[in-house]
Design a protein around this ligand. Structure first.
Ligand code: ATP
Ligand code: MG
Length: 1108
């Protein structure tokens, strides 16, 4: 839960001066001192923040602090600049109100620091992201650059802003920064050429000389020694706590981050160096014939170096320091300058150069940081302007600065009151006007268009004739004499005639912050701010690009005879614009107070602070704030803070917050005139009422704390008790469980023991019984076995006895019978018994033989060679005979199964066997081959239809044979046909009959003894067929062909038997020649087939592969 706090918590003194009681200047100062002593440097007056300069760093700007103040209400936490920054940022972001933060206070009061704190806070809380961070970084880094060039050490402040700065930070609708615009106001340029005692020139000169590298200094033609430069005051060149060298590095780095190019940085440094060089140019008088002194440059070395730096022709500049040309309409008049005028011209150039460089820097930074988008921006302006200052010698610059502060004071008064009044109207509270000192009258004295001091000065500057500071003072003396805030010795107001604190050359103004005496000397000059045209033209001629830009009026083509606006006029105009701008925004005030003049921490100089409190009008501010109601608060936080004071609102109020507050106030019996109800806030008139509320709240909080403590303690004890109770139950449960488990285990083990004993006893008992039973059974078995054994043995003995007796009886009977037979047949035995016994024995043996033969008969296959063994030798003949008979008989049986065709086949096979067996080696391979006869299926094959029809007899054999050509021994395929009457050779392809040889013409057939298929058909000499000669043929079916040829011849009764000649050499009659055909064994080229080769005219050699 978020803890609501208030600035009223733990406050030191009073955080908001409005609540100060009693309200006197002393109590005000006392409160400030008390808070300052406790490092509480911030105090509120309503929404205004008073900031005391602590002159030391406090740990209150850490990131944690930023987080603490982020998104918190203004009065929620103790006063802090972050609270104001947060309030401004949130109302800008959430309510779309443009804001401005006005930081005022005298020099050294902490304005610049405050402005940086505001910027860094806003940077820390606004959006994040690469682009946003870059913008933030550029905005923040613009500060060191401008401070280096625009700040200087003064007697009042080591880092005194010598220019006014107003920065508009632009945000988008989300509150992310987009960019910014910086406006600068009147730089105190006189400081460039002259510094009051104890003060320094602008920081950058010292930083450059201390921090730049030797190389850079050499390039810039500078010497590190400060004493070598006229423009640098020496008495305070080194400032305590200021590290110029380190700051130089910071500035260079910042310039880089802001977006300066390297050559731009170089140009800027060259200009700074040029200013230093310019200061070293000195003049000497040179008498002219007309009696006037004319100035001449003493030592031209510095001039030369400066001209080199800026790229200016030395003679041009030299002339510009000696002459002055005045142009009036068509005339050009050139006058010489004396030494004083030359120094004036030199210093004017240095001042202009530096102040224009400063303005250029601001423009350049603006270029970098300007918002990139054109969309509508929300704007937060931060104004850090030089503070009100009173020096010993106050000149035109102080006058301008103090005028500016006067204007700011006015806007503060106006806006504070207006805001206050508006709030009352907004909230519907009655309002009566409050009197306060309005410094409008002083502003009017300075800026009035007719008779204001600035108008007077301008008038004087523009007036023809001799114009001096004195004539200006005279004018003031006449015109402003009656003004109650203007004082002058020579004025017609006799009051000051005898005032010796007021010198003749001065006038005094009673500013809101005190009286300031202004030296009138230099007012006219500074207001004119003149730079001789010759000098600006000389600058324009420079080749250095930056310097040319800075002096555009030096362009001869743009000669402008109109006087430029005066410094005072310009300043008044820019302040006027600034005021208008500020009035359009919601103001937030930071009023800085300087605690002492020594720039020391922990010192609170009461008189100094009192003075500031007075002129800042802080007391009036508090009074105005309290005139109506001292304190106001929104209903919700008010009810939240005090609800414990009333039972009805504590702890929760259900209705609207306003009603809750009404109930609360009624209950507390606070007089009704002490408060008023606005629309959204309650207004409390008197701080006392608030404090009494706070007091009651504190008491009540104590009671509440006790109550909370009581309830908490009770709750804690109860919780502890409940926890212990719960724990006890758990422990008891666990213990009981454990105890029961133990008991159970014990009982279980006892039971197991008892059980085991019982079971053991029972088992043993059973075992005993069973053993007894078994023993009984065994005994019975043994007894019965013995009994049966006895019985059996007895029976065996009996049977044996019986068998012995039977045997004995049989033996006796046999002997008896034998005896009887022998006795009976003794008389016949010798004559017949031997033969009978022999016959009987033979008969018996034969019977046995036949019976065993019958049962061991071999199979019916004619090729089965098995036959039982012969039992007796005397049966040898019978046995063989029986075997032969049996074989014949089974052959017969086998043959009887044959058909006629099969019979023929066997007959042919038989015949083949008779012809060839053991005569030709081819024969054994033919035994298994059936004789198919018609291999060509001649009658069925349509190819041989013609040939078949040509045959008048039945074809006994048709096969393809090779007819051997005697010329080369090669074969020609021929169809070989055999019928009962002839042998026909026909063409294999066409089936055309080539030769037909009637069988009677065949004389013989010759074949070899070997395994070839060659055969020669020899024709009878003188027969008709013999003319053609014998045929030498070869066939795979040789055996079949020859057998069939032989058989056909055998069956024909009219013919002679065909001779078959089997030899390895025979003659063949080819037409006329007789050729010998010789068969030899060897390796044939036809592989396993025999091949025929013609050896010579008379010899054909047939190579038969050996069958092995
Ligand atoms: N909040 C702060 N915490 C610590 N030191 C501070 C603080 N404010 C100011 N200072 C110290 O006071 C010095 C002067 O402050 P600063 O430069 O802000 O004054 P100023 O009001 O801007 O003066 P001027 O009008 O001369 O520019 C700073 O250099 C710093 O040392
Ligand atoms: Mg400052």
């Amino acid at each position: 839960m978020e803890v609501k706090t208030s600035l009223l918590d733990n406050m030191i003194g009073v955080s908001d001066m409005v609540l100060l009681e009693p309200l006197t200047e002393d109590s005000f100062l006392e409160n400030l001192r008390k808070r300052f002593d406790h490092n509480e440097i911030y105090t509120y007056i309503g929404s205004v923040v008073i900031s005391m300069n602590p002159y030391r760093s406090l740990p209150i700007y850490t990131p944690d602090k930023v987080e603490e103040y982020r998104n918190r209400n203004f009065y929620e936490l103790s006063p802090h600049i972050y609270a104001l920054a947060d309030e401004a940022y949130r109302s800008l972001r959430d309510q779309d109100k443009d804001q401005c933060i006005l930081i005022t206070g005298e020099s050294g009061a902490g304005k610049t620091e405050a402005s940086k704190l505001v910027m860094s806070y806003v940077a820390a809380v606004c959006g994040k992201g690469q682009e946003v961070n870059k913008v933030k970084e550029q905005l923040l880094q613009s500060n060191p650059v401008l401070e280096a060039f625009g700040n200087a050490k003064t007697v009042r402040n080591d880092n005194s802003s010598r220019f006014g700065k107003y920065m508009d930070i632009e945000f988008d609708f989300k509150g992310d920064p987009l960019g910014g615009v910086i406006s600068n106001y009147l730089l105190e340029k006189s400081r460039v050429v002259k510094q009051p005692r104890g003060e320094r020139n602008f920081h950058i000169f010292y930083q450059l000389l201390s921090g730049a590298s030797d190389d850079t200094l050499k390039k810039l033609k500078l010497d590190r020694d400060f004493s070598k430069f006229n423009y640098l005051s020496l008495d305070s060149a080194a400032v305590n706590g200021l590290d110029d060298a380190a700051n130089f590095r910071t500035v260079r780095n910042a310039m880089q981050i802001v977006g300066f190019m390297e050559d731009e940085v170089q140009s800027v440094l060259e200009l700074v160096a040029a200013v230093l060089k310019l200061g070293n140019i000195e003049f000497k008088p040179e008498s002219r014939c007309n009696g006037n002194d004319e100035s001449r440059i003493k030592d031209k070395n510095d001039l030369k170096e400066m001209c080199e730096l800026l790229g200016i022709e030395q003679s041009v500049l030299e002339r510009a320091f000696s002459y002055r040309t005045v142009e009036a309409k068509l005339e050009k008049v050139s006058t010489t300058l004396n030494v004083a005028q030359a120094y004036y011209a030199r210093d004017a150039l240095a001042k202009n150069l530096y102040s224009r460089l400063f303005s250029w820097l601001v423009t350049r930074i603006n270029e970098s940081i300007k918002a990139q988008t054109k969309s509508r921006h929300k704007v937060m302006g931060v104004l850090d302007i030089y503070g009100f200052e009173i020096f010993e010698d106050n000149s035109f610059e102080q006058f301008i600065i103090n005028y500016c502060n006067e204007k700011l004071q006015q806007i503060f008064i106006e806006l504070t009151l207006r805001e206050e009044q508006e709030e009352y109207v907004r909230e519907g509270i009655e309002w009566t006007n409050i009197e306060y000192f309005n410094n409008a009258i002083i502003c009017d004295l300075i800026e009035n268009n007719q008779n204001g001091i600035l108008a007077m000065l301008d008038e004087e500057c523009l007036r023809p004739g001799t114009v001096t500071d004195e004539t200006f003072l005279d004018k003031l003396n006449t015109i402003c004499a009656k003004h109650q805030h203007f004082e002058s010795r020579l004025s017609k107001n006799s009051k000051f005639l005898t005032d010796h604190s007021l010198p003749h050359s001065c006038f005094r103004i009673q500013h809101y912050a005190g009286k300031v005496l202004y030296q009138v000397e230099g007012f006219v000059d500074k207001n004119n701010d003149l730079l001789y045209r010759d000098l600006s033209q000389a600058m324009y001629k420079a080749t250095h690009s930056l310097i040319k830009q800075l002096f555009p009026e030096g362009n001869p083509a743009k000669v402008n005879l109109k006087r430029p606006p005066t410094a005072g006029f310009q300043f008044r105009a820019s302040v006027g614009t600034l005021m208008k701008n500020l009035k359009t925004k919601n103001p937030n005030y930071i009023r800085c107070i300087k605690p002492n003049e020594k720039k020391a921490s922990h010192i609170f100089t009461e008189s100094l602070v009192r003075h500031q409190v007075r002129y800042l009008g802080l007391m009036e501010n508090v009074r105005v704030r309290r005139a109506g109601y001292a304190f106001r608060q929104l209903y919700e936080p008010c009810l939240e803070r005090y609800k414990m004071l009333c039972k009805r609102t504590w702890p929760h109020w259900k209705g609207p917050a306003r009603e809750g507050v009404e109930v609360l106030m009624g209950d507390l019996q606070i007089p009704t005139e002490e408060y008023s109800y606005g629309r959204s806030k309650i207004f409390i008139r008197n701080p006392r009422t608030l404090f009494s509320l706070e007091e009651r709240r504190r008491e009540c909080l104590q009671d509440l704390a006790t109550l909370i403590q009581k309830i908490y303690r009770g709750w804690k004890c109860r919780r502890q008790f409940l926890l212990m109770k719960k724990s006890q139950i758990v422990v008891a449960a666990w213990y009981r469980r454990f105890a029961q488990q133990k008991k159970y285990k014990k009982i279980k083990s006892a039971t197991t023991v008892v059980q085991s004993y019982t079971r053991g006893w029972q088992a043993r008992k059973l075992l005993r019984e069973l053993k007894y039973q078994k023993r009984c059974e065994e005994a019975a078995t043994t007894i019965s076995a013995y009994w049966h054994g006895t019985q059996a043995r007895r029976e065996l003995r009996r049977l044996k006895e019986e068998a012995r007796r039977k045997h004995a009886v049989a033996v006796i009977w046999a002997y008896w019978q034998g005896l009887k037979v022998r006795r009976e047949y003794r008389k016949f035995f010798r004559a017949n018994a031997g033969k009978k016994i022999y016959d009987f024995t033979i008969q018996r043996i034969m019977q046995k033989y036949f019976l065993s033969l019958k049962s061991n008969m071999p199979s019916m296959s004619p090729v089965d060679n098995k036959w039982p063994n012969r039992p007796y030798l005397f049966l040898d003949g019978v046995h063989k005979e029986l075997r032969r008979i049996f074989h014949h008989w089974r052959c017969k049986k086998y043959r009887n199964q044959f058909t006629e065709e099969r019979k023929t086949v066997y007959e042919e096979k038989l015949e083949a066997s008779e012809i060839f067996k053991d005569k030709k080696a081819l024969y054994p391979s033919s035994v298994n081959q059936p004789f198919k006869g018609d291999y060509l299926e001649i009658s069925k094959n349509p190819k041989y239809q013609k040939l078949s029809s040509a045959m008048d007899e039945k074809v006994l054999l048709a096969d393809v044979v090779n007819k051997i050509n005697r010329a080369n021994g090669k074969g020609t395929a021929r169809i070989f046909l055999l019928t009962k009457k002839s042998v026909v050779l026909a063409d294999q392809k066409t089936g055309q009959v080539k030769t037909s040889v009637p069988l009677p013409d065949l004389d013989s057939v010759s074949v070899s003894t070997q395994s070839d298929g060659f055969f020669a058909l020899k024709l009878k000499e003188g027969s008709a067929s013999a003319i053609k000669g014998d045929f030498l043929l070869s066939s795979e079916h040789l055996i079949e062909i020859i057998t069939k040829l032989h058989r056909t011849g055998a069956m024909a009764a009219d013919r002679e038997q065909l001779n078959i000649d089997i030899s390895d050499e025979f003659l063949v009659q080819f037409k006329q020649d007789k050729v010998c055909v010789k068969f030899i064994q060897g390796v044939s080229k036809n592989g396993n087939n025999a091949s025929c080769k013609r050896k010579n005219n008379r010899l054909l050699e047939v190579l038969v592969p050996s069958s092995a």
